[in-house]
Design a protein around this ligand. Structure first.
Ligand SMILES: NC(=O)c1ccc[n+]([C@@H]2O[C@H](COP(=O)([O-])OP(=O)(O)OC[C@H]3O[C@@H](n4cnc5c(N)ncnc54)[C@H](OP(=O)(O)O)[C@@H]3O)[C@@H](O)[C@H]2O)c1
Length: 506
């Protein structure tokens, strides 16, 4: 049993934490506005920011997609879904007066000229000046065409004194080559400071807190290296299967879906060197340095480093769920991995020899995202009896989902006449303390409106991550070794046993 000590000393938000809404007026243009992301995340997030008085005074939202809709219909569809989600509707009317819809045919230049006219008209009505934020909420195969046509229609160029920015959601390319091509197309039309490659995961409070915790607490500084840390374990486990996304998932698999972005980003936050200043470019440069130091996989010994898995039929919450190959739209012989564990090394002075275990999977027993920093044990000569050291060495855990908390586990003396230990957890939990905390998409939007690129991925980092994973992905896709490293696990289990072997084989 572990005792838990809760830290409850939470200071109210003081002036230092006060956030002033962006002052620049802006028109937010959502491309793919009839889709899931726009309806479930982007527009509800904008509405919540509006409720919190965190949007600029002068703003408007223009939704575009192929579907034939008009603005009133667009508004009423959104009203319905936002109501269903249980939002406070008291200011909906006021918000919805700033919502517009324009049909857009993604491959037609004339449609983009009409979009330019609509932008000019709405900007004029709502006094948003010429500032525009484009949100690509589209399937990735449309990105290149849409970016090119935005450029050709003159929508990327910044009129004097105004800004134009573009948000590109992950997945950003499907391998190194496609990511570089997309970057080339983007940089034909936009400058790097205008481009926000986002992974909303990084905007979660607990993820951001990794940097705060590491760099604002001097006591951790001397401990944060190979000298005191034995290994780092990053896992993102889901109970869900692929839902209705077979088309996407069959092509992506877990390596593209989770590792190229979320998992490597989490690794970079844990492993990066302290920046000289907590500023956008210095932080992004430190992150890029981690990606540069990733040791390439030795494909000839791949089974020492990677175990892939695919779920089969199994029981989840007492219900039988189908295996991946039985999911609608999935090839019955599919070799697409839905699970992976990999052992990764960061070859620099700080981390030489320390394994980073990255694990992600679908249809797992539990839904959980966390980072465990496992410290080395005290010298065995100090406490000779195993009984005394019954519980494990220190461990720091950043829990990201479903609970958002930080836990430090340590040993304390068990009360009584004998010198023996018991485990104690010191825990800080975000639950109930969210205050004015923003949800991930809200934070992403605010940052983009403010032009703050701290959480968005810079081109070099994006490409370095692909450069690291692409040889592995290609190796798997050419089936050279897939059958050797792909193991089946029943839905509702902790994953294939081979994943555990990767960890044992330090
Ligand atoms: N949904 C999420 O929670 C989520 C999370 C993270 C990242 N993302 C990423 O965000 C982007 C948008 O995701 P989403 O879930 O909103 O996508 P979606 O619903 O499948 O598609 C968005 C819109 O794109 C248009 N579209 C879809 N398929 C098309 C096709 N074959 N040809 C032309 N237009 C098509 C549709 O609008 P019209 O037919 O009206 O044009 C659709 O409403 C994707 O890149 C996705 O990977 C989504």
């Amino acid at each position: 049993m572990t005792d838990t000590v809760f830290s409850t000393t939470l200071l109210p938000a003081e002036d230092a934490c006060r956030f002033d809404p962006p002052t620049y007026p802006c028109l937010i243009v959502i491309l793919g506005a009839s889709g899931d992301l726009a309806g479930r995340k982007i527009i509800p997030s904008l509405y919540r920011l509006f409720l919190l008085h965190l949007l600029p005074r002068d703003f408007a939202v223009l939704g575009c997609s192929r579907t034939q809709l008009d603005s009133p219909l667009f508004r009423s569809r959104l009203q319905h879904s936002i109501e269903q989600a249980g939002a406070d509707m008291s200011r909906w009317q006021e918000f919805s007066e700033k919502l517009y819809y324009q049909q857009l045919l993604y491959e037609e230049r004339a449609s983009f000229d009409a979009l330019a006219d609509a932008i000019a008209r709405i900007s004029d009505t709502h006094k948003t000046g010429a500032n525009c934020l484009y949100y690509l909420a589209l399937p990735p195969f449309l990105f290149e065409t849409v970016i090119t046509l935005l450029g050709q229609a003159g929508l990327a160029a910044e009129p004097s004194g105004a800004w134009r920015r573009i948000i590109v959601e992950k997945p950003f390319g499907s391998d190194l080559q496609s990511a570089m091509r997309l970057d080339a197309i983007l940089s034909d039309c936009f400058q790097e400071r205008q481009i926000f490659r986002i992974d909303h995961y990084l905007a979660k409070e607990t993820v951001q807190n990794i940097l705060a915790f590491r760099f604002a607490n001097a006591i951790l500084r001397p401990l944060w290296s190979r000298k005191y840390i034995e290994y780092i374990d990053i896992c993102a486990l889901e109970t869900l299967g692929i839902e209705q996304r077979a088309g996407y998932y069959e092509k992506a698999g877990v390596l593209r879906d989770m590792f190229q972005n979320h998992m490597l980003q989490l690794l970079s936050l844990v492993a990066m060197e302290p920046p000289a200043q907590f500023q956008t470019e210095t932080v992004r440069t430190r992150k890029a340095a981690v990606f540069k130091a990733l040791r390439p996989f030795a494909l000839e010994n791949i089974t020492d480093h990677i175990a892939l898995g695919q779920y089969t039929e199994g029981a989840m919450d007492g219900h039988l769920v189908p295996g991946y190959r039985q999911e609608q739209g999935v090839d019955p012989q599919s070799l697409t991995p839905t699970f992976a564990t990999m052992k990764v090394f960061v070859d620099n002075r700080r981390w030489q020899g320390v394994p980073f275990y990255l694990t992600s999977g679908k249809r797992m027993r539990e839904k959980e995202t966390k980072i465990i920093v496992q410290f080395r044990d005290v010298s065995r000569s100090l406490f000779k009896s195993d009984k005394m050291l019954c519980c494990g060495p220190n461990r720091l855990t950043f829990s990201i989902q479903p609970q958002e908390k930080i836990t430090l586990s340590f040993r304390a003396k068990n009360p009584g006449p004998v010198m023996c230990f018991r485990p104690i957890d010191l825990e800080f939990c975000y639950a109930g303390d969210r205050g004015e905390g923003l949800e991930a998409y809200e934070k992403v939007l605010i940052d983009c409106l403010n032009g703050d690129q701290m959480l968005s991925l810079r081109q070099d980092s994006e490409e370095l991550c692909w450069a690291f994973l692409t040889p592995l992905i290609q190796d798997c896709e050419q089936c050279i070794r897939t059958e050797q490293i792909l193991h089946f696990y029943p839905a509702g289990s902790p994953g294939p046993a081979e994943a555990e072997k990767i960890r044992m084989n330090q």
